[in-house]
Design a binder for this molecule. Structure first.
Ligand SMILES: C[S@@+](CC[C@H](N)C(=O)[O-])C[C@H]1O[C@@H](n2cnc3c(N)ncnc32)[C@H](O)[C@@H]1O
Length: 297
């Protein structure tokens, strides 16, 4: 896809919270559609710089064209944010004044059926955001077709906070006895036939939580987040700030505790900031966003 459809969340709040100044160096751990990167380049003009990472090669491809006019001020690297300290060191961003992470997937990735992230589109049961998203090549298909009942229940319950995890695991086991689960819509129909009919009429699609759970497991998202916050602490200059936008309670809890427990960080947001009413109306995806900020001592 060449044109990005992703709408970034809380952009001005993030840029303000980072206290970005002309000449500053910022590490943008989640490039996505490049909206934060563009605002950071503007806020650090004329000579500040931005190092953007993403595991999705598509995000880098689009951004390379877009940010070419900025020359050396923008550096893009296809990499996992869990090693942002190493990459920052290699690229001259250690120390830096700001680190930002805007977690989860972009609308561009959801729209890309080949990644298998959407329960609305037929695609392979893959769910890796990119080749560097995990080290073992694990896919959603591997999980649903080979994991034990107990392991399936644990992942769906713990990462999806899905109350019907047991029934869904049983449905998956029954289905895979007959044939290997291959496509996203195969899995959607297994989930639909495993949960009570009333779930169909609920606030969210019955496959939402299971898909979230599998995506988190495949991309090792929670461990990657812990590693990234630890890595950010190693590269931030004193007084530098880290801002994290999260989209579900598992992530927000990790950020909250990591900020609180780190003796070299002072949490700036006691309660997480949330988008304005206007933003929530204009961009429904923003409704679950939470922004937390901390400052390096
Ligand atoms: C919500 S989007 C970011 C949008 C971005 N802030 C913008 O301004 O457009 C999240 C991005 O983070 C990337 N991502 C997710 N996990 C990652 C990881 N462990 N390392 C690097 N990038 C990751 C995804 O591929 C996706 O492009």
């Amino acid at each position: 896809m060449n044109e990005s459809v992703h709408i970034a969340v809380m952009t001005s709040e993030v840029i303000d919270a980072l206290g970005t100044r002309p000449g500053g160096r910022t590490v943008d751990g989640t490039l996505g559609a490049g909206t934060y990167a563009a605002s950071l380049l503007e806020a650090t003009a004329p000579d500040g710089s931005v190092l953007s990472l993403d595991v999705d090669p598509g995000a880098l491809k689009r951004a390379r064209e877009r940010f070419a006019p900025y020359g050396k001020r923008w550096v893009g690297v296809e990499a996992n944010f869990r090693s942002l300290d190493r990459i920052a060191e290699e690229r001259g961003f250690r120390p830096c004044e700001g680190v930002v992470l805007d977690l989860g997937v972009s609308s561009d990735e959801l729209a890309d059926a080949s990644k298998g992230l959407s329960f609305m589109k037929e695609g392979p049961l893959d769910m890796r955001l990119g080749p560097r998203a995990n080290e073992d090549g694990l896919t959603a298909g591997d999980i649903v077709n080979s994991w034990s009942r107990d392991d399936l229940i644990t992942v769906i319950r713990d990462y999806g906070e899905e109350r019907f995890a047991g029934r869904i695991a049983d449905g998956i086991l029954r289905a895979r006895k007959a044939a290997r689960l291959v496509g996203t819509l195969d899995l959607v129909s297994v989930i639909r036939s495993s949960v009570p009919r009333t779930y169909e009429h609920g606030r969210i699609h019955p496959a939402t939580r299971t898909f979230q759970a599998l995506r988190i497991a495949v991309n090792d998202e929670l461990e990657a987040l812990r590693d990234a916050i630890a890595a950010a602490r190693r590269i931030l200059a004193p007084g530098g700030r880290i801002a994290v936008v999260s989209f579900h309670s598992l992530e927000d809890r990790i950020v909250k505790h990591a900020f609180k427990e780190a003796d070299d960080l002072v949490p700036i947001t006691k309660r997480p900031a949330i988008p304005s009413e206007d933003e929530m109306t204009a961009n429904p995806r923003s409704r679950s966003a939470k922004l937390r900020v901390a400052e390096k001592r």
